[in-house]
Ligand binder design. Structure first.
Ligand code: NAD
Length: 368
């Protein structure tokens, strides 16, 4: 980041404003889709995101960024991307000169999110960044400032917000369908395989909490629509397990919200979980799996009856919904529903969770 000087930044902003205005005008003129560049051709990008562009109405894949030439060759051939739209990390900043790229999607290890999001904004591009937004509150704030300074959108890859069962759960929970919410439990975890960047704090910024526990936290926040007042967290990590030399395994954390709702949450790298339960005065909403890629299941108990709720398969997957949402926000000049501020809000709580487990006490968030 330090390598970028002021002249460089201003030149990028100027070029980017012209480029993106042109892209939006083309799109509004009819039929044109906004162009995405994918940065980091790893598992999530290549298996979940790139195959979903075919479902999109307003988004198309136009460019690739990778440090591995063989991956660029392979995926450029598969997705019909011209060689001129393939970049290495070293020549990434040249994207500013490419008017086909409107949005840059960062799918790199967590500690690289801030640098590449900021470089993309300074190149005049809108940014979609994977969760966790970054590895600290300070980095999130720098990303928001860079996007604002460049007059560009910044959205975080919280795909569940575009998934029908989660959208319904939010509506039902906040609307009091099972009475006012009293308690939320949210559990997310998996058994982490050894020897990967997720277990190296320098690249991940933390363990299960940054990676998978963030789903429990984010769900507690979107199901209540509130920000927690306090957090109390307890860590359980077997430090003799070679996977957990630098990052945590399990965290149990409790959030207390202004309305009085308590959320008991779990984050784990040594056991499988994917669920949340919203318990109200008149019944409950169960989701398991709750935030998976597919196969969501919802059960509702109300008026003394417990019944599954089955929704029709949506025309567009949550992945395509997420991609198109940012394109639509760019075209209509609207804020994404999961803008940078949403990623920042999660990181604020995550920092408090780490503080609470380190210090063995409840941490207040309303005094920050
Ligand atoms: P991955 O290991 O499969 O891919 C990471 C990519 O980054 C690889 O292509 C790798 O070559 C590249 N890379 C560049 N520099 C690197 C470095 N110094 N060390 C390691 N890799 C480097 O990981 P992934 O599962 O695709 O995760 C990428 C991001 O996507 C993470 O931030 C993760 O949290 C997020 N993710 C989100 C979801 C979701 O459902 N929203 C799911 C999986 C991953």
């Amino acid at each position: 980041m330090e390598r970028l000087n002021r002249r460089h930044i201003l030149a990028g902003i100027g070029a980017g404003l012209a480029v993106s205005a042109a892209g939006a005008a083309r799109a509004q003129a009819g039929g044109h889709k906004l162009g995405y560049a994918i940065v980091g051709l790893g598992s999530y990008a290549t298996k979940q995101i790139m195959p979903r562009f075919v479902e999109c109405e307003h988004s198309q894949l136009v460019a690739l960024v990778s440090g591995t030439p063989a991956k660029l060759t392979r995926y450029a051939a598969e997705y019909n991307i011209p060689a001129a739209n393939c970049y290495s990390y070293a020549d990434f900043d040249r994207i500013r000169d490419n008017p086909a790229i409107d949005i840059v999607y960062i799918v790199l290890p967590n500690s690289m999110h801030a640098e590449y999001s900021i470089r993309a904004a300074r190149a005049g591009k809108h940014v979609m960044c994977e969760k966790p937004m970054a590895v600290s509150v300070a980095e999130c704030q720098a990303m928001i400032a860079a996007s604002r300074g460049a007059g560009r959108k910044l959205m975080i890859g919280y795909r569940s917000r575009f998934e029908p069962y989660n959208k319904l759960a939010i509506q039902l929970a906040r609307g009091g369908h099972v009475g006012p919410t009293q308690l939320i439990t949210a559990e997310h975890g998996f058994n982490a395989q050894p020897n990967q960047w997720r277990l190296d704090r320098a690249l991940s910024g933390g363990g299960s909490m940054m990676d998978i526990g963030i789903y429990s936290l984010n769900a507690a926040r979107y199901l209540t629509g509130e920000e927690p007042l306090t957090v109390t967290a307890v860590e359980t990590t077997d430090r003799t397990d070679p996977r957990f030399r630098t990052v945590e395994d399990r965290i149990d954390f409790t959030l207390k919200f202004p309305s009085g709702v308590i959320a008991n949450c779990l984050s784990s790298y040594s056991s499988g979980h994917n669920s949340y339960h919203v318990i109200g005065t008149e019944g409950y909403i169960d989701m398991e799996p709750a935030t998976s890629y597919e196969g969501h299941r919802m059960t509702i108990r109300r008026d003394g009856k417990t019944e599954p709720r089955v929704l029709p398969k949506p025309a567009k997957s949550q992945f395509a919904g997420q991609l198109d949402h940012l394109s639509e926000c760019v075209l209509a000049d609207r804020q994404p529903i999961v803008a940078g501020e949403e990623g920042l809000a999660d990181l604020r709580v995550i920092e408090a969770i780490y503080q609470s487990m380190r210090e063995g006490r409840t941490v207040r968030l309303d005094r920050a």
